[in-house]
Structure formats: structure tokens, C-alpha cells
Write a protein that binds this ligand. Structure first.
Ligand SMILES: *Cc1c(COP(=O)(O)O)cnc(C)c1O
Length: 220
């Protein structure tokens, strides 16, 4: 089942779009099954769960952190991820940078954009993010590489609204590149989940994050 879904999605994704298999709340055996089907990028939303899986699973897995990261958990996460997708405040970014510098690693991150209409979602507004790059505040980072943006569409059946949300995320990514064309490898637009990834890809996603469609429903 898992292997079939992985292969199906890989076959459907256009060139240049990567799959992050979101394995949160699913056991290590499920990750291993996906791994054996060729999947290498996995997403987790809780630090403890990610660290436990890192210890149990093959070392060539690229772990993405995709959840809200509490500042008191940063230290234990640094050095374990290939990408932290969910940087949702400048304070968090600065902390990631300080910790990475302290231990001598470069941490790759995405800036999380908030466009969805839900009030509980974390992230920068497009305006805040544009201002951050306009003022070139990223230049003070010593050990963090900002590789692009991550976002979610509104949780709604209104496909027009979902498409607009993705379009705004893509557009913000392009505007940042216009503002700061010297940014290196700022090329990831992470958007699209189980229910909406086809639309996200049409609107310019380069990284989809799919959980339920691969692993089934999560039991919390
Ligand atoms: C859980 C989660 C996903 C995966 O959602 P599915 O609907 O299960 O595909 C993607 N992105 C983020 C940020 C998540 O927290």
C-alpha cells in the first residue's frame, strides 16, 4: 500500500518537483516501507518524534521539520535536519542561526508564509516577508541558509480560494527574488498536501508535503 502510493506519486510529479513524505504520527516501520520504495525525504512535526526516528532509520534519509518549532527545542534539533521548513518568526530564525553557529553547522531553512484564512496558522505575512528581504536582514545570518518559502492553503473545499492562496505564496517567492536577486539557491516553494497538491504543483510548487495519501489517517 505505502510503496504503491509512493511510486504512484513519484510517477505523477513533474520533473523538478520533490516529494516530502509526511510521516508524523506513523511508526518507523511505515517510514521504512516508504524508504524501500525509494523515498528519501520525510517530514516530521514534533522534535521528539523526529529524533527517535533519526536514531532508528537509515542515515541517508533527509529529515524535514515541518511543525511549529518551540524555541526551547531548537538546540536538540540543530544538526539533525536537512531542512527546517517552518521558520515562522525572526526570533526563531535568529535562535536557529545562533545554535547552528555555536555547533559549527549550516542549517537550511524555509520561511513559512501565512496566507490561509485560519487564524491559528503560524508564519510571516507576505508583507512582513517582503520587508524582511527588502531591508536585507538576512545578511546578518552566519550559519543559516534560507532556501525558499513554505506555505499552506486555506482548509476549504473552495478550490478557487485554495488556488489563490498558492498563487500568493508563489508570487511572494518571485517578488523576494526580484527584491534580492543575489540570494543564492532560494529556489524551494514548498506547498501542497494530500488534498490539494495537484493545484499546488500547477501554481508553482517545487516540494509537496504529503502524509495521509501515503500513510493513511493519523491516529493522534
Ligand atoms: C501534516 C502536515 C502535512 C501533511 O498533511 P496531509 O494532509 O496528511 O498530507 C503537510 N504539511 C504540514 C505543515 C503538515 O503539518
Amino acid at each position: 500500500m505505502i510503496a504503491e502510493e509512493i511510486k504512484k506519486i513519484h510517477a505523477e510529479l513533474p520533473d523538478g518537483v520533490k516529494l516530502c513524505a509526511v510521516s508524523k504520527f506513523h511508526p518507523a516501520e511505515a517510514v521504512r516501507e516508504a524508504y524501500e520504495a525509494g523515498q528519501r525525504i520525510f517530514g516530521e512535526s514534533r522534535v521528539q518524534e523526529l529524533l527517535a526516528k533519526v536514531g532508528e532509520l537509515p542515515s541517508d534519509i533527509q529529515w524535514h521539520f515541518i511543525g511549529h518549532l518551540q524555541t526551547n527545542k531548537v538546540r536538540s534539533l540543530i544538526g539533525k535536519t536537512s531542512l527546517i521548513e517552518s521558520v515562522d518568526s525572526e526570533r526563531l530564525l535568529e535562535l536557529i542561526d545562533r545554535e547552528s553557529d555555536r555547533v559549527g553547522v549550516v542549517t537550511r531553512v524555509l520561511m513559512q508564509i501565512h496566507v490561509a484564512k485560519e487564524e491559528t496558522k503560524f508564519g510571516f505575512s507576505p508583507e512582513e516577508l517582503l520587508e524582511y528581504f527588502e531591508q536585507r536582514r538576512f545578511q546578518s545570518l552566519k550559519a543559516t541558509h534560507i532556501c525558499g518559502v513554505m506555505g499552506m492553503a486555506s482548509n476549504t473545499d473552495d478550490i478557487t480560494r485554495v488556488r489563490e492562496d498558492f498563487r500568493l505564496i508563489s508570487q511572494t517567492h518571485r517578488r523576494i527574488l526580484d527584491i534580492a536577486p543575489d540570494l543564492r539557491n532560494f529556489d524551494i516553494v514548498s506547498m501542497g498536501m494530500s488534498g490539494d497538491w495537484h493545484i499546488a504543483v500547477e501554481e508553482g510548487s517545487t516540494l509537496v508535503r504529503i502524509g495521509t495519501a501515503i500513510f493513511g489517517e493519523r491516529v493522534y
